[in-house]
Design a protein around this ligand. Structure first.
Ligand SMILES: C[S@@+](CC[C@H](N)C(=O)[O-])C[C@H]1O[C@@H](n2cnc3c(N)ncnc32)[C@H](O)[C@@H]1O
Length: 475
């Protein structure tokens, strides 16, 4: 058994550091069975259930873990158990390929095809052993208890015990230098990365998916001062970008200086770039047509625009309103479908940050690897074109339209931009000049689009993003 196996009952996720105990210890250090009341058991059961929802039903983890509308079983847990569940799921998804290999090589024969709940219990157990600072005995015993309490997995509880104990004894902790980006990148995404970027870049992008992303803050002003106060650093040219990166920060940002006073908001540096393509927006009428939860609305308001923010999701618009209130920004808000939006007058500029596969944000959302696929990308690309054509109707002659999203797939970016231009001859591409984004010149493609991938920026990377800028002709 490894040295960690005899650790204290408290468990600490290496990446997210929730503080949660494992099983209750008897005099001999063994975890005593006590039905569903055993400390830590509910958390493991919920983790297996949520993993099943992601893998088998392709449900987004963001939705499942939403504080107000997430899975009820998760919301019933103590905050520290909720944090443990999220840490388990992040690791289980980020390293799913490696974890699966560690399990599979220790099986005498393949698991039956209908044994998905057993598979999820094994993955939850192995993720704790391989990726988190959970005592091995707690991880194993609670996995065995999860199996025993599940009619579909009951008869395999001995196998769960044997496989997980062998993993604890024999396997290398993750992530280690040998963690293979390819084995943790599902085939559908890998083929897309290779065909779009070539094998070397594909590997470099897939490697970023094995690490957590840093926290970036967009500050209203005085980026250098906030970097000093919060122990971060300014990204890009200080005067222009306003992004402060907190590379090592873990935990909740709500306790940080400046949060209550509304001096900054969390926004990946790449997500802050599309708004900058609108140039000087002070005093202009600008519509943000897929606005919630409002990161870009806040930027538009900070730039002095008269902003109309629209989104079809009322719960997300509630968050947008709360965010704007904390930041002391104002905007006209509309809950509704962009396709039905009929403003009285057209706008000087429109931003469409369209729904997408989110393949640029896998470091933060590893579930995307398993909830999205090629078919979904195609559907989203078609939706984006429909939304872009509708957004184009709301721009005044001579006005600007920026189309953006956080996918790294060209079908949702460059291809949508070309299809749009072929359907709307009254619009022209207004290529982005590298000088417009000091410090981020690398993010401007030869076609004049904004195109980032998570491996582009040293020391922490950035989200993958696409943006194209169009100008409506005057006659
Ligand atoms: C990528 S998110 C927007 C993020 C936001 N711009 C920000 O920076 O915080 C996409 C948004 O599009 C919204 N959406 C999707 N389809 C829509 C539609 N037909 N009409 C209005 N909003 C829509 C979703 O509810 C979601 O909030």
């Amino acid at each position: 058994m490894s040295a960690r196996e005899g650790g204290a009952g408290g468990s600490t996720a290496r990446s997210q550091r929730p503080q949660r105990s494992g099983g209750r210890r008897g005099p001999a250090g063994r975890v005593e069975a006590s039905g569903d009341d055993r400390p830590g058991l509910k958390a493991r059961q919920v983790a297996a259930r949520l993993l099943a929802a992601v893998i088998d039903k392709k449900t987004s983890l963001d939705g499942l873990t939403d504080p107000s509308n997430g899975h009820p079983h998760l919301r019933q847990l103590e905050p520290r158990d909720q944090a443990l569940v999220k840490a388990i799921l992040t690791s289980a998804l980020r390293f799913r390929g490696s974890i699966d290999r560690e399990i599979t090589v220790r099986l005498d024969r393949p698991l039956p095809p209908n044994a998905s709940s057993l598979r999820h219990i094994l993955h939850v157990g192995a993720a704790q052993i391989l990726c988190l600072d959970v005592p091995v005995s707690a991880a194993v015993d609670l996995a065995v208890a999860s199996a025993s309490g599940d009619p579909r997995a009951q008869r395999f509880s001995g196998l769960v015990n044997a496989v997980l104990r062998r993993i604890a004894r024999e396997a290398t902790r993750l992530p280690d230098a040998s963690a293979d980006p390819r084995e943790n990148c599902p085939d559908w995404l890998w083929s897309r990365l290779v065909s779009q970027f070539g094998a070397e870049r594909a590997l470099s992008i897939a490697r970023t998916h094995l690490s957590r992303a840093p926290i970036d803050l967009t500050v209203k002003s005085d980026a250098a001062g906030w970097a000093d106060r919060l122990g971060g650093r300014v990204l890009g040219a200080a005067s222009a970008t306003g992004t402060v990166r907190l590379s090592d920060f873990e935990g909740s940002v709500t306790g940080l200086e400046g949060y209550d006073a509304g001096e900054w908001w969390v926004q990946d540096v790449a997500a802050a770039l599309p708004v900058r393509l609108l140039g000087d927006i002070s005093g202009k009428r600008v519509a943000d047509l897929c606005a919630a939860p409002g990161g870009k609305t806040a930027q538009l308001a900070a730039g002095g625009a008269n902003v109309t923010a629209l989104d079809q999701s009322s719960s997300r618009m509630k968050r947008l309103a709360e965010n704007l209130e904390r930041l002391q920004f104002s905007a006209e808000t509309v809950v509704g479908d962009l396709m039905d939006f009929q403003p009285e007058t057209a706008f000087d500029a429109v931003l469409l940050d369209a729904p997408c596969s989110s393949t640029g944000t896998i470091r933060r959302h590893p579930d995307v690897l398993y909830t999205k696929d090629d078919g979904e990308v195609e559907k989203l690309a078609a939706l984006q074109l429909r939304l872009l054509l509708a957004a184009a109707e709301r721009v005044s002659p001579g006005g600007l339209l920026v189309f953006a999203n956080c996918s790294i797939d060209a079908r949702e970016g460059e291809d949508v931009a070309s299809a749009f231009l072929s359907k709307r001859p009254d619009y022209g591409l207004m290529p982005v000049d590298r000088q417009e984004l000091p410090g981020f010149e690398f993010a401007v493609s030869s076609a004049g689009h904004l195109r980032t991938t998570p491996d582009m920026l040293e020391d922490g990377g950035l989200d993958g993003f696409f943006a194209a800028r169009f100008k409506r002709k005057t006659a």
